[in-house]
Design a protein around this ligand. Structure first.
Ligand code: ARG
Length: 507
């Protein structure tokens, strides 16, 4: 069931528009799910609706989420000094910008919504493309979900405990509760899920604005004492810097989001690079300002020790309005988690439709049109990650895996310059850019392992390779076992009622 160039992540697309693009996301789900037929046909129906502004909103909305509220402490701890952590924050922004520009070439050359999946297919063939789809369904999306839910839990609990640390078990319970509620919303109705998305996106802008404006105010009052001696205590180890990048890059993740919707961008060869060139620097500037803001009310040491920096910030600055901070951050993270599950469900659904995953995961609920089995599957994995992981270990796990594939896309770009010199490239990036991104990604992947091998990297590597073990019999040789059969109808009837139907049989 491996259909050439078609995509596995179609549908992930602007559903991923965790950010502000109202019109697009409100119609994304039903549009795609109600319409039967091949993926290629789906693609034909997509309209070019994303202009420059929506493009920027999609990038900014996906990138800003939980990271800027949880990463600053970890990043500071890993770099040792505010100067170095500032350098890493900026470098993460630059790396995302360069990566995105290289992706703009890939995206305008191959407009398939599958993004990486489609590029790997073109450049390296089916097995690496499968590995991407495997890793994103089993590892990347669920870990995103778990990290965001845990951040939600942290902020929700932090609002109620004063000086003491929020108990870990409670944070996890709240994270799981959020996961279940989001799962319910997404299984219940596509429209509900997209509305939650649009309303909640506004909250993240509120949170960001409060911090920036508050910081500027404090700065004007002359609170700059913590910004002196910026490079004192810097840790220069190779591994520390690389893992600091992991933490920072989590906050920037989502920079490649427009590549999932290139088919829908108006005049992509102009608007794709432009949205990138506006959106990513915008986020970078916001993050820089937020970091400075935090330091106007707390010392670097307090920042490293703070369980939820934005709450500490709010407590010190907003007085009776301090509740505004945890509230806006929890709403923001809840929205991000919702958008992530929404996208993950579609990804899983599309991957299984391609025959990459258990067949049952490609079923769509008969009346609600939601890909419920895929959503449940994702939430189970994410739930396990919430239970057994911590925010920091999951961020490392996620970034490590993600950058293997981002680096892979850079290789794909360079390989295709040779193997497909005649493909039309409406936007051609200077070759030095993907080269730099590739070198940095190799450093990011190898640095932490050489410096301090931890179990997360081993798990991640095993997961990816495990994909190959699955690929050879089940995808390549099409061995079928119950549950995976193409004509397996068992879930269709429960107590004489039809609950799910196979998408491919949709009438
Ligand atoms: N950067 C986001 C955050 O800080 C996470 C984005 C996750 N990636 C994605 N493609 N949705 O929470």
């Amino acid at each position: 069931q491996f259909r050439g160039r078609s995509t596995s992540c179609n549908g992930d697309g602007f559903i991923e528009g965790e950010g502000g693009c109202l019109e697009e996301s409100a119609t994304a789900g039903p549009d795609k799910l109600e319409r039967p037929g091949s993926i290629e046909n789906d693609a034909l129906h997509l309209k070019r609706r994303v202009g420059l502004i929506s493009g920027v909103a999609l990038i900014v909305g996906t990138m800003i989420g939980s990271g800027i509220f949880v990463s600053p402490s970890g990043l500071l701890a890993r770099t040792g000094s505010i100067g170095m952590s500032f350098v890493v924050w900026m470098a993460c922004g630059l790396l995302s910008l360069l990566g995105a520009l290289a992706y703009a070439e890939l995206g305008t050359m191959n407009t398939s919504s599958g993004a990486e999946y489609a590029y790997f297919m073109d450049a390296f063939g089916a097995p690496p493309a499968f590995l991407f789809s495997w890793a994103s369904t089993l590892v990347l999306k669920p870990s995103q979900m778990a990290i965001i839910c845990l951040s939600f839990g942290k902020y929700a609990v932090e609002a109620f405990v004063n000086e003491c640390e929020p108990p870990d078990a409670v944070v996890k319970m709240v994270a799981l509760l959020a996961l279940v509620v989001i799962l319910y919303i997404n299984c219940y109705s596509v429209n509900l899920a997209t509305s939650v998305q649009n309303i909640f996106t506004a909250a993240k802008l509120v949170a960001v604005l409060i911090v920036i404006v508050g910081g500027a105010y404090k700065m004007c009052e002359g609170n700059v004492q913590h910004l002196q001696y910026p490079f004192e205590n810097t840790k220069f180890s190779v591994g520390n810097i690389a893992t600091a990048f992991y933490t920072g890059l989590w906050a920037y993740d989502g920079w490649n989001n427009l590549n999932y919707v290139t088919e829908e961008i108006k005049n992509p060869s102009k608007n794709l690079p432009r949205s990138i060139l506006i959106g990513i620097p915008l986020v970078t500037i916001c993050y820089a300002l937020i970091n400075v803001s935090y330091l106007t009310v707390m010392s670097p040491l307090e920042m490293t020790n703070s369980e939820a920096v934005a709450v500490t910030f709010g407590n010190r600055l907003l007085g009776v309005m301090a509740w505004l901070m945890p509230l806006s951050v929890t709403i923001s993270t809840f929205g991000s988690a919702n958008g992530t599950l929404f996208a993950a469900g579609r990804l899983c659904f599309a991957a299984s439709r391609e025959g990459h995953m258990l067949d049952i995961l490609s079923y769509v609920h008969v009346r609600r049109y939601t890909p419920a089995p895929g959503l449940i599957f994702h939430s189970l994995i994410a739930g396990a990650m919430v239970l057994y992981g911590t925010i920091d270990s999951l961020i490392d796990f996620f970034s490590f895996t993600a950058w293997i594939f981002y680096g892979g896309s850079m290789v794909a770009l360079m390989v295709m310059r040779y193997t497909k010199p005649n493909y039309r490239r409406p936007y051609k990036v200077p070759i030095i850019i993907p080269l730099v991104v590739l070198v940095v990604s190799i450093y990011l992947i190898i640095g932490p392992i050489v410096d301090k091998p931890t179990i997360e990297y081993l798990y991640a590597a095993m997961f990816i390779l495990g994909g190959m073990v699955f690929y050879i019999p089940f995808v390549h040789y099409k061995v079928r076992i119950p549950l995976m059969g193409i004509n397996n109808h068992f879930i269709h009837e429960v107590n004489g009622k039809t609950y799910f139907r196979k998408y491919s049989y949709w009438k």
